[in-house]
Design a protein around this ligand. Structure first.
Ligand code: GLY
Ligand code: MN
Ligand code: MN
Length: 444
């Protein structure tokens, strides 16, 4: 399995600590276990910031980073080993494992945190934490601070500055290292196979969930623990619902099916959309819309390179799509005026992409100082233009209604442009039709 090496977690902690103010402390909790219903838990997914700094996969843990601390800069609070619990729920690293396998300088039982952590915070001027995102943890943090405050008459020194950690940490996460790109390539490769498998399985009479099952099969077979987000399998008019997740309608001959799905490897997401005809052949109208979306995506790729700004790719898709919709008679008027009035939003209502990484909609600012961010090597993003013509849109000729097309790929900015991580899935009309025809011949 391809994964982030241990050395990288250590490098990240050092890089973060190098940016922290002197005499400060950073405190981050692991994700909580989410209950699905009585005695049943959701599949555990570590918090992305916590994972980024530790690679530690367990709940009930807290990272403490104290740059310059003589007795160790990285302290991990985690669950103790427990023979009985481990018999039921699986192995735990324990404090020994936290040090031996996860690089902690020191480790304590999580049950001792109220006794130990105030002492670690005491005397530090500044506390970095993800304020606001976890109210329960914020309350704990205040409790620990109040323990110190209660002792000021004995000379205890509570910190006097509280700083949001996100600003530093999320900027680090925005730039993907070689190891991260490797893991993202792997997630993309598995997801590409999943889309191909779903294309090959596509038949009228099946349900949307039948194709979702094909995706899940490849995800799990590739070693992914779970999809990076709820898979969207949207056939016919459902393709015009942007975050459709019901996935239970019947696939009909003559309809398109839009699949937006990607798996997660070592907590790194992939995010792919392809749209194909259920029965293997695009109609003239479907093909016209599809090729327009594809042309807009190609135009966007050309705008992704160092020194281009974040919005250039989006602007490119807007121009190509608006001009194309005018040509097809779906919009009327002057292209520049239609762009200025955002007339295209009736058909293309979302942006061309988002940052991609540990979170499918990854962290990182899109604007800096009020200006669109300039792209740099290692930034990862999606490119996902679409056109959606609702089935009840009375403003267009009937033949166009119910067509929804999105094409989405994942890219990483390189020195000369960008690397498309998800190019393993066929994309042109000819490629998709050929793949589907071949699958039918084999099945016949
Ligand atoms: N799958 C969510 C998105 O494409 O943004
Ligand atoms: Mn997507
Ligand atoms: Mn996306």
């Amino acid at each position: 399995m391809i994964h982030i090496p241990k050395s990288e977690y250590s490098r990240r902690r050092k890089a973060l600590m190098a940016q922290m103010e002197p005499n400060s402390i950073a405190i981050l909790p692991a994700a909580a276990v989410a209950i699905r219903n009585r005695d049943v838990e959701h599949v555990y997914r570590q918090d992305s910031d916590f994972q980024y700094l530790s690679g530690f996969p367990e709940p009930q843990a807290v990272i403490v980073l104290m740059p310059g601390r003589e007795h160790g800069e990285y302290v991990l609070f985690c669950r103790e080993r427990n023979v009985e619990r481990e018999l039921w729920d699986g192995l735990r690293a324990g404090q020994e494992g936290a040090i031996r396998d996860f690089g902690a300088d020191d480790a304590f039982p999580i049950t001792d945190i109220d006794d130990i952590l105030p002492g670690l915070i005491e005397g530090r001027d500044r506390v970095y934490s993800a304020m606001g995102s976890n109210p329960e943890f914020d309350r704990h943090l205040m409790d620990w601070i109040n323990i110190i405050r209660a002792n000021t008459h004995r000379g205890a020194q509570p910190p006097n500055e509280y700083v949001a950690l996100d600003h530093l940490l999320h900027d680090m996460r925005l730039y993907k290292s070689t190891a991260e790109v490797k893991v993202m390539r792997e997630a993309a490769r598995i997801s590409a196979r999943a889309h191909i498998r779903a294309m090959q399985a596509s038949r009228a009479g099946l349900h949307e969930f039948s194709l979702e099952a094909e995706l899940d099969y490849e995800f799990r077979k590739g070693g992914a623990k779970m999809p990076a987000y709820g898979s969207i399998v949207a056939a016919g008019r459902n393709s015009c619902i942007l975050h459709y997740q019901q996935n239970d309608a019947v696939l009909k001959d003559g309809d398109l099916v839009l699949i937006d799905a990607g798996c997660e490897i070592d907590c790194y997401a992939s995010d792919i959309t392809r749209t194909w005809p259920v029965s293997g052949k695009y109609s003239a109208e479907q093909k016209a819309i599809y090729e327009l979306v594809l042309a807009s995506q190609e135009a966007a790729f050309a705008e992704i390179a160092p020194n281009k700004h974040w919005n250039q790719a989006h602007e490119a898709t807007v121009r190509v799509i608006t001009a194309g919709l005018v040509k097809l008679g779906l919009l009327q008027g002057d292209v520049d005026e239609l762009i200025a009035s955002e007339a295209y939003k009736a058909f293309y209502m979302h942006r061309a992409g988002h940052w991609l990484g540990m979170d499918v909609h990854d962290v990182g600012e899109y604007k800096v100082g009020g200006e669109w961010r300039v792209l740099e090597v290692g930034m990862a993003l999606t490119v996902e233009p679409g056109i959606y013509i609702a089935a009840d849109n009375q403003n267009v000729a009937k033949k166009w209604r119910g067509i929804g097309v999105r094409i989405e790929d994942d890219v990483v900015v390189t020195k000369t442009g960008c690397e498309i991580l998800t190019s393993g899935v066929p994309k042109t009309v000819a490629e998709i039709e050929a793949l589907m025809a071949a699958a039918r011949t084999c099945a016949a």
